[in-house]
Design a protein around this ligand. Structure first.
Ligand code: SF4
Ligand code: SF4
Length: 151
């Protein structure tokens, strides 16, 4: 094993215990890609999330990064992670509606291009929809007003 963090990996299981989907086995490597959330939220737009992915597991528009954030090797670099764009509710509705990125009005389209979300635009209804649904459920549980009604 030639990975730079291999030595630490001998006594560390942070990534494995953080992964919600069991994609990282007891031996850590190789990753069970078919169980990784990233594998599924980077599928083509018409591929639905499998039913075994629980709503709470979604935490990013694309990718996941829970295991990378938990890894002590990455701790010195976490401050270098940029916050992504924020979308207003009307913009969120547009993104959830799907379609083609060329029809998205400015300045939203420029934001999508800036963050390279334009190339992943067609997958946003699925991925963003899961995050919105998760937030809606959380708000219902705490008796908080609903966020962007996608139903
Ligand atoms: S990216 Fe997420 S789902 Fe994939 S292995 Fe890491 S924690 Fe698990
Ligand atoms: S969290 Fe990082 S150091 Fe720990 S086992 Fe996973 S890859 Fe290795």
């Amino acid at each position: 094993m030639n990975a730079p963090c291999a030595k630490r990996c001998d006594s560390c299981h942070a990534c494995r215990t953080t992964c919600p989907s069991g994609a990282i086995g007891e031996d850590r490597f190789p990753l069970h890609a078919e169980s990784c959330i990233t594998f599924w939220n980077e599928q083509k737009a018409d591929v639905p999330f499998p039913g075994w992915i629980e709503l709470d597991w979604h935490n990013a528009l694309f990718g996941c990064l829970r295991c990378k954030r938990a890894c002590p090797e990455n701790a010195p670099h976490l401050d270098n992670v940029l916050d992504g764009p924020a979308f207003e509710e009307d913009e969120t509705r547009l993104l959830l509606a799907g379609g083609i990125v060329e029809d998205v009005p400015e300045p939203l389209r420029s934001t999508l291009v800036e963050w390279r979300l334009d190339v992943l635009f067609e997958s946003l209804p699925r991925n963003l929809g899961a995050l919105v649904e998760k937030e809606q459920r959380r708000r219902r549980q705490v008796g908080h007003p609903s966020v962007c009604d996608v139903s």
